[in-house]
Design a protein around this ligand. Sequence first.
Ligand SMILES: Cc1ncc(COP(=O)(O)O)c(C=O)c1O
Length: 1013
Amino acid sequence: MFATETSEEDPPTEAQPPAPALMESLKHPDRFVRRHIGPGDDDARRMLKELGYASLDALTDAAVPASIRLQRPLHLPDGRSEFGVLGELRSIAAKNRVFRSYIGMGYSDCITPPVIQRNIFENPGWYTQYTPYQAEISQGRLEMLLNFQTMVCDLTGLEIANASLLDEATAAAEAMMMCHRLNHEGGRNAFFVSRNCHPQNIEVVQTRAGALGVEIVVGDHDTFAFPAGFFGVLVQYPDTFGAIHDYRSFIERAHAAGTLVVVAADLLSLTLLKPPGEFGADVAVGSAQRFGVPVGYGGPHAAYFATRDTFKRQMPGRLVGVSKDSRGRPALRLSLGTREQHIRREKATSNICTAQALLANMAAAYAIYHGPQGLKQIARRVHFMTRILALGLQRLGYKPGQMPPVPDHTPTPDPSQERNLAGATPDWLPSPGGAGDGCALPCFDTLCVHLGSKRSADIIKTAESHRANLRVIDAATVGISLDETVTENDLAELLQIFNDDRAPAFTIKELAAGDQLDVPAEFVRQSKFLTHQVFNRYHSETEMLRYLKRLEARDLSLTTSMIPLGSCTMKLNATCEMLPVSWPEFSRIHPFAPLRQTQGYQVLFQQLEEWLAEITGFAAVSLQPNAGSQGEYAGLLVIRKYHESRGQSHRNVCLIPTSAHGTNPASAVMAGLKVVAVACDKEGNIDLADLRAKAEAHHDNLACLMITYPSTHGVFEESIQQICDLIHEFGGQVYLDGANLNAQVGLCRPADFGADACHLNLHKTFCIPHGGGGPGMGPIGVAEHLVGFLPGHPVVNLGGENPIGAVAAAPWGSASILPISWVYIAGMGAAGLTEATKVAILNANYIAKRLEKHFPTLYRGHGGLVAHECILDLRDFKSVTAEDVAKRLMDYGFHAPTLSWPVAGTLMVEPTESESRAELDRFCDAMIFIHGEIMAVESGRMDPQNNPLKNAPHTADMIAADNWNHPYPREQAAFPAPWLKEHKFWPAVGRIDNVYGDRNPVCTCAGMEAYSA
Ligand SMILES: Cc1ncc(COP(=O)(O)O)c(C=O)c1O
């Protein structure tokens, strides 16, 4: 693209002569790289001139230490046009076969209302938002997340719910950890898990417990005797085989034994069934997937987590709460942040950072669109269909819903099996007596069917000939789960499958007419739910559309301006990358569908793994971790297992520089490691002397170092190889936090300079949008000696030979968003990706240079340059804080850079390669205008309190109010820069009072009415 660069699309090398011009002109002239990278050739040349470099290569050579540079181009395909890449992906997607899924196990097909699909899921106004840390310009998604929390509280019957977790299995593991924190006194260290939980829930909990030395007992909840030492229990409601249990006496026994109770519950069923909070649960967790979120071969979906109010300060994950703004009006913000890893680090309640905000918003929107009655009708219909199916199966001679089998939950799947949907081979228990005709046991949407003399394999074969998948429980038992997409024809087809592929002699209508039974009375939900206005007024599409648009307009996303958040890489999420996520070949596949039906996905995974391995230099990649935090945790477990395999399980010390992101120490603790902090020097580099001293002091027990590269201070540390060597010298491993990979792709590779494992935030460097706080993906790359320990899965055979166990519910994490990163890499090609890195460095240095007279850059590295981000130092100002500047930027139409992290009183700016020079200049102009305002305050020309910075942001109603008690004009308040006359983004609320919100936590919608009174 640039004159100084070699185009890899048609490299005129000696080995490969230039293609004849005629042939070249047959190729479409458009190239994706031109769409992805912001500055054009001329602009880049001008920027380079300002920096004093003759070419992009010269700047790169000066910024990146030669000792770590990759001396060859990446071995990746050439870049292409968007049209060309999508064409290839279509042919890959076509290898996936979309069968009707009746597998269940926590995943249900569902209907995404088109108004939600187009206006949230496929809408960059929603999906390109950042996590709502700057609450004044995030009120829309905060309101929808509050709706989500309210919905979860109401459906579960509990008092407080968070704003989503990553998946049901990790939510169950978080619940186990919370119970342990709350209830470990007296040496309680064991956790009981019902064997009738979904297999992936059991294994993820086991993996988590293993690292912490917690004992897990899997068994029958009916006969569990609560011996001493148990701090908590986990049961599934309805259970994985479909049975609805009356857990009341079990919970009474648990509480009598001083044990906390976690119930993993299906949200849709809770519209009909007594909610966990009403029968004594202390925590409820589960998935909100079937509330309109495509099943997507495993994710992304939002998990929920609800508990009692008294436990709120121990909850994991983000929590939206109501506070008030500068004018006393209700305003939303993330609350009780002091529980989280950003602040509490190794003492945090969890390592969760990126969660599943976009999907939580979709689930809340689904509940709003249907309302309580609509949801109930959907649930009733699913349940009615299930009963009809049970009656039909009974007429065919089966005993459906008879009794859950007893699985032996061996965590490792049998490698001879392609998949192992039961988790193990069950024995049959005698039936305790039925609940009437049809199902022997009460059930909601799932039937466990014993086939008598028939074999599961035969039924499965017949089902597949009808393009349908059932769950294999054992050689003569299958499971069938129904969902809202099931029709009368589907039921007829299912019965035909069980009738030796012949139409039965009765009809669905006849069966329906004969069914008198409903959910047994003891399970029927009596309490009302979702009575709030928001769940009862947007049922027409027009109303819903306007509500969604109203919320969207309150939030600043990439559709408005650059979001220059350091360490977050808010780059372009190209439309061509996003389109495939909605293709049914990716979105409508159950995570446990047979591998023979998911060949397209397998091709995509294999290519993506190979490409990411080439980009990082590692031997293998696991795509399972579904956020950066989960990648860190998985990578550290792999390292622990490696030490264990060498008889060195005592190695448990993890060195972490003080500049590290909060997830690092929180993940280390979750992986059972002891955190030892390493100092940084005044340049922001790791203090080598301190590192050596700490490594020496802990040489016997050193497990690893966690290091971010380039550092969170935005510089390429020259000593990185030395650092890695030092750790290896003391027997430790090097875990690299790959959040800053955007500064490395094509220039240097973590494995080459000595890292042993690393996670990659695909939602940063590889274009998955942030979704207002998730989804994300955090795959890990590992060196050869660690490959054998990569995460496994209880249902699908994958991972290393000696795996750490599952770290996420689905085998490939949030599989359906992987096409985004695939399109990015395939579209950019080796040269395009490398160019993107160089331009990211150019853009950051351009901003640092343009602002240096106003806001000095705190740390500089090699060549006096920064890497892909720069930290602006605001600490010398006496009367204005970095927060004031962050809020004032909103009046100029910008999202603030990262505020006060990793250094208090600073702003960390990461422009990314996708921003054009015009946008960078606009941002710099805004910062320079603001500098003028700061100077006016500092010099006493403006009031130290009543000034545009302290009063920022200014809302439309502040400007329009009759009272204007400020010594500066309204125009200066709201239109301080020329471009604002063309386009003005109005912050929805004034500056939010953080302290008030934390002192008076209100985390459900009901509070909004109270506050607005
Ligand atoms: C340096 C660094 N490490 C780790 C993380 C955690 O990643 P995630 O939010 O995907 O869990 C972040 C996220 O912002 C980060 O900036």
